[in-house]
Design a protein around this ligand. Structure first.
Ligand SMILES: NC(=O)c1ccc[n+]([C@@H]2O[C@H](COP(=O)([O-])OP(=O)(O)OC[C@H]3O[C@@H](n4cnc5c(N)ncnc54)[C@H](O)[C@@H]3O)[C@@H](O)[C@H]2O)c1
Ligand SMILES: O=C(O)[C@H](O)CO
Length: 342
């Protein structure tokens, strides 16, 4: 049995007991729960990733709903425990829910919620930031300055890629993929090629209208193409950003063979889920192709990186912060609370 976990309690006499496995930003989410007569218990344990046993201890004998995190394994064991405690709702504070076994939740009659929409632009902005940072070698250049190595302007110093007029490829043109595509097309006048199981009609209309606007102003119009396969995107694009859900169809979508089809100087960005890329194959590809660059927010075995990745100068790595803006994180917490209330 896990040791008792430390908690902070709000509204101790509330009728319904709602547990949040982590403190979340802002107070709006707490107030919403209190207004609906909930006793709110927040786990304050100094341990980033809670185990299934820790969460069972938090659920206890009576629990009406839980707000959990993407680092937790919400499968049969936890839904059974929540059901035994009388629980009716589980809310994942994330849009991605690959850590949640929805069939197990259904089996126990527990409703599952996630937090889409409020993180779309924030996540797309990080993907755009990684694209720019990789194209212009910002992290390498910053390290160079701080190491005191700069001794004057040189024609060949940190030469990178110009984005204007190049092709941006998006794999998974849903909410975030489409928002990222719009930023890159409108902001940097890139042409778009995308692959998704469904047609991104609004995105296509946007690029068409923007192309017409540019043409009317005497500029080269931007173009779009819906690729018939993912491989077409990999072959043709200069910057490729991954935004699909993680499921069986997208696991190791980017593997050794597919990396080999990409341009030698391409940029690959991943703000979806780590296992979409075979990270071992990626490290090898980065070693063999020093002009190929990546920007990664997510990793196959989070929080770890595969051996060799942290030494690669052509990789920019950040710790799963794509949705980390104040507005968005408070919005995610608010949505997460609303999910357990409905
Ligand atoms: N790094 C982060 O912090 C962060 C933040 C937000 C979301 N995410 C990840 O991004 C994902 C996408 O979020 P969203 O809100 O845009 O979701 P969404 O459902 O709007 O978009 C996902 C898209 O992927 C497409 N897709 C599914 N399978 C595919 C396949 N095999 N090939 C190509 N496309 C496929 C879907 O058709 C859909 O258009 C989430 O599931 C989550 O895992 C990560
Ligand atoms: O899926 C999500 O929402 C992210 O990974 C965290 O914001």
């Amino acid at each position: 049995m896990a040791k008792p976990v430390s908690i902070e309690v709000w509204n101790p006499n509330g009728k319904y007991r709602v547990v949040s496995t982590k403190p979340m930003p802002g107070t709006r989410w707490i107030n919403l729960l209190i207004e609906q007569d909930c006793r709110v218990e927040i786990c304050t344990q100094k341990k980033t990733i809670l185990s299934v046993e820790d969460i069972i201890a938090l659920i206890g004998d009576k629990c009406d709903g839980v707000i959990g995190q993407l680092t937790e394994d919400w499968g049969e064991t936890l839904f059974a425990a929540l059901s035994r405690a009388g629980g009716k709702a589980f809310s994942n504070m994330a849009v991605g829910y690959n850590n949640v076994d929805v069939n197990a939740a259904n089996k126990y009659g527990i409703a599952v919620g996630n937090t889409p929409g409020v993180l779309t632009e924030t996540t797309a902005e990080l993907a755009a930031s990684l694209s720019l940072a990789a194209a212009r070698r910002i992290v390498e250049a910053d390290e160079f300055m701080r190491a005191g190595l700069y001794d004057g302007w040189l024609p060949n110093l940190f030469v990178g890629n110009l984005l204007k007029g190049q092709t941006v490829g998006v794999i998974g043109a849903g909410r975030i993929g489409s928002a990222y595509a719009r930023m890159m097309v409108e902001g940097f006048k890139m042409n778009l090629i995308y692959y998704d199981l469904y047609q991104a009609t609004r995105l296509e209309k946007f690029v068409t209208a923007y192309g017409q606007f540019l043409k009317a102003n005497g500029e080269q119009p931007v173009t779009w193409k819906r690729a018939s396969s993912m491989d077409e995107v990999l072959r043709e694009a200069d910057v490729i950003s991954l935004h699909p859900v993680l499921d069986k169809t997208t696991y190791h979508l980017i593997n050794k063979e597919r990396l080999a089809t990409m341009k030698k100087e391409a940029i690959l960005v991943n703000c979806s889920r780590g296992p979409v890329i075979d990270e071992v194959a990626l490290v090898e590809h980065l070693k063999q192709n020093p002009m190929f660059r990546v920007g990664l927010d997510v990793f196959e075995d989070e929080p770890y990186m595969k051996p060799g990745l942290s030494e690669m100068k052509n990789a920019i790595v950040v710790p799963h912060i794509a949705s980390a803006s104040k507005w968005t994180r408070e919005g995610m917490a608010t949505l997460a609370a609303l999910n357990v209330l409905v």
